[in-house]
Design a binder for this molecule. Structure first.
Ligand code: HEM
Ligand SMILES: [Ca+2]
Length: 698
């Protein structure tokens, strides 16, 4: 119906308009590349090879690195398609959403652009016994859910065939969410961060009796399933969006800097660097996710065969590990991806390059490394005829089974609360199969999940890293520890144990809307005292991804819409008055509220740490990851599943068992996700059952 307005055009005229749009995109693509080369040559953009200083840009670049699976030609094509879609929308003065339902336009568009796309092929290998490193698909992608344009608009799943769009908005494509419903610009992300998320440094509150391990498990899971890539300048340099002239800024579509309002209590200049994320080169209008979306310990095993080559030992199923039980250095020396403070230290090579961002993350990844090798060693003994590949694959399957079990059975209930667990069919039975696989379910990561709800744990962070040795209880400032492996190497490799044990003995920061200064003011602080605000990045990222605001997602989840800022009927019914007032202070209209601040400031679900909205989006994603994963550990498929006895044994796996074994502890509380107490007592480690690997003897 809306296509009527273009009916008057002949095929030739349409072809002319569309091919002109494609040509214009080619021209602007080339000029962007030229500008990037120039800015990299004059060293305005920071090159990763030239700068030896640990600037905050370098910290950020290490955290948001492109992995080698994303080839530069794919990246350029993704960018080109994105530009072309924008041109297309502009030429017709329409949204892509409108154009995409017009068969004549779509046909010509596909003819001109299809050959550049990499169609998203979902390939299953039904005969294969083990899941592939790459996730069993060509590449998993972040799906773009949400029209992204203006707040209050309809939320929908983008499933339009043809490599046409990345984000939808009312007038263009790939245009970030920028305007309020009244047509004014949305408030600056830093302003929102200051008003809604500021934590008084004096006294962060603790969250019930939960321990910091809840936070750390979350970051590990996050890194297993999400790794979006950012745009880069020439030669992989960091793009600078601040301290450049207006004219240059206008020529850099990669830039979406955050304005810092006057009088900020921390930042002195008025601009925080922010570079947009990378579009995928496929015909499903998606963003690149460099991680396999399945919960498959990809942070340990890597996402490609190339990765795997430097991770595996290719001997008796083992992964490469140093005598002190740490990840080894990569094949060729790498002194760039972490901050080295000693000649003996090095940057470790694991399946995910974000491993050094915090000591707790390094510790938990090392725990899984050791568990793999423990299992491989025993399997090899039990089955002398198995070769390296057999042992590696079976050990990997057992490790992933444990990871999934602890995540679904023990961790997730603390996050979303028991009600959501039941409601979304996420309960794990004590024993037996749950045959839940459904090949209609899309197991990729939803856009909205990655930009806000699953960043919930940023509020659980503390300003300090606890370090508990047999003799002393030390703490380090979180902001001094970013990208530094020092603690992991300390005490002859025992550091990971001290950090890991420390996480289980320290309280979780309260699950409220407030975020500690270590990441809200001092993220990636460098020698010159320059830093970033993680909360601002979160808010800006959801705008960058075109994710609609809080209210749209409330509707999506079947929760009441807020028409006003009060907390009574028709208002922000899941907010306390104090939080509703903070939102009112910064936003002009309830439809303007961004997803992160709106969701994080809701009152948590009973027994959970996130409110009704985030728990809905998180539970939905974990349901998709359970039902859309053929290899989900509770499935009883003949070739790929565990035997009934093996599964029941996997279901005895627990965090305290893993910690006791790999952090060399004698005593630990029954549930290390909670602090020790009368009903969570420190007990002898021998009470935590071991998986019965005898069941794997063939
Ligand atoms: C230990 C301290 C942590 C630091 C320093 C940190 C830092 C960061 C940074 C710099 C980003 C990218 C921001 C952007 O530009 O969009 C990010 C993204 C993210 N963080 Fe954290 N984070 C931490 C802990 C956590 C935890 C505990 C979780 C737990 C759930 C988490 C979940 C996420 C998620 C889901 C993303 C999006 C990832 C992506 O899109 O690739 N983070 N974090
Ligand atoms: Ca994964």
């Amino acid at each position: 119906s809306s296509c009527k307005q273009w009916e008057k055009y002949t095929d030739e005229q349409l072809h002319k308009i569309i091919s002109t749009a494609v040509q214009n995109a080619e021209v602007s693509h080339r000029s962007i590349q030229t500008l990037n080369e120039y800015l990299s040559n004059i060293e305005l953009d920071e090159s990763p090879t030239k700068s030896s200083q640990w600037t905050y840009h370098r910290h950020y670049a290490v955290f948001k690195r492109l992995n080698h699976a994303a080839s530069s030609s794919d990246i350029e094509t993704g960018i080109f398609i994105d530009l072309a879609s924008t041109e297309l929308a502009r030429s017709f003065d329409a949204s892509i959403k409108q154009l995409a339902v017009c068969p004549r336009i779509v046909e010509i568009w596909l003819k001109l652009i299809r050959f550049r796309c990499k169609p998203r092929k979902v390939i299953c290998f039904p005969g294969e016994r083990y899941r592939r490193l790459t996730g069993g698909m060509q590449q998993s992608k972040i799906s773009t859910l949400g029209d992204g344009g203006q707040s209050g608009e309809e939320v929908f799943t983008s499933r339009i065939p043809g490599c046409d769009v990345l984000f939808f908005s009312s007038k263009g494509v790939s245009i970030p969410r920028q305007l309020s419903v009244n047509g004014h610009p949305l408030p600056s992300a830093r302003m929102v961060s200051n008003i809604v998320h500021r934590q008084d440094p004096c006294c962060p509150l603790r969250e019930r009796d939960l321990s910091l391990y809840v936070m750390q498990w979350g970051q590990m899971v996050d890194h297993d399933i999400v790794d979006t890539a950012g745009l880069k300048g020439a030669g992989d340099s960091s793009i600078m969006c601040c301290n450049i002239s207006r004219k240059i800024l206008e020529k850099r579509p990669e830039c979406f800097p955050i304005y810092i309002p006057k009088g900020d209590l921390h930042f002195e200049n008025d601009c925080m660097n922010f570079v947009r994320n990378l579009p995928a080169k496929d015909d499903w209008c998606r963003l690149v996710n460099q991680a396999t979306s399945f919960l498959d310990a990809s942070f340990l095993y890597g996402q490609s065969h190339e990765d795997s080559k430097s991770i595996r030992a290719f001997k008796r199923g083992m992964l490469r590990m140093t005598p002190s039980g740490l990840f080894p250095p990569p094949g060729s020396s790498d002194t760039r991806s972490c901050r080295l403070e000693s000649q003996e230290h090095y940057c470790m090579k694991s399946g995910d390059f974000r491993i050094h961002v915090m000591p707790g993350l390094t510790s938990i990844q090392v725990m899984f490394l050791r568990e793999h090798n423990r299992i491989a060693f025993i399997l090899g003994k039990l089955n002398p005829l198995w070769n390296d590949e057999d042992i590696y694959s079976e050990a990997r399957k057992i490790v992933i089974g444990q990871l999934q079990h602890i995540t679904y059975a023990h961790w997730l209930p603390y996050i979303v609360g028991p009600d959501r667990i039941l409601q979304y069919g996420l309960k794990v039975s004590q024993q037996g199969y749950a045959n839940v696989y459904d090949d209609e379910i899309d197991p990729t990561i939803a856009n909205e999940f990655a930009v806000a709800p699953f960043r919930f744990a940023h509020t659980l962070l503390q300003d300090t890293v606890p370090y508990l040795t047999e003799k002393a209880a030390l703490t380090f400032r979180s902001e001094d520890m970013f990208n530094k492996p020092t603690l992991a190497f300390s005490n002859g490799g025992k550091g990971v144990s001290y950090v890991g044990f420390g996480l289980s003995q320290a309280p979780l920061s309260k699950a409220d809307e407030k975020v500690v200064t270590a990441v809200r003011d001092n993220l990636f602080k460098d020698m010159d005292g320059r830093s970033l605000d993680l909360v601002s990045l979160n808010i800006q990222r959801s705008r960058d991804h075109g994710v609609p605001g809080y209210n749209s997602w409330r509707k999506f989840c079947g929760l009441p819409y807020a028409f006003h800022f009060g907390t009574g009927p028709g208002g922000l019914v899941h907010h306390r008055p104090k939080n509703a007032r903070k939102l009112q202070l910064v936003y002009g209209h309830p439809d303007d509220i961004d997803l992160f601040p709106g969701g994080l400031s809701e009152t948590p679900m009973p027994g959970g740490v996130v409110g009704p909205l985030f728990s809905c989006i998180i539970a939905q994603q974990f349901s998709d990851l359970k039902r859309g994963d053929r290899f989900y550990y509770e499935n009883g498929f003949k070739v790929t599943g565990f035997t009934p006895a093996q599964l029941d044994s996997i279901k005895t796996a627990s965090l305290p068992r893993l910690m006791c074994t790999h952090f060399h502890l004698n005593r630990l509380q029954v549930d290390p996700f909670r602090l020790p107490s009368d009903d969570n007592q420190l007990v002898d480690c021998s009470i935590f059952p071991e998986i019965n690997l005898e069941l794997w003897r063939v």
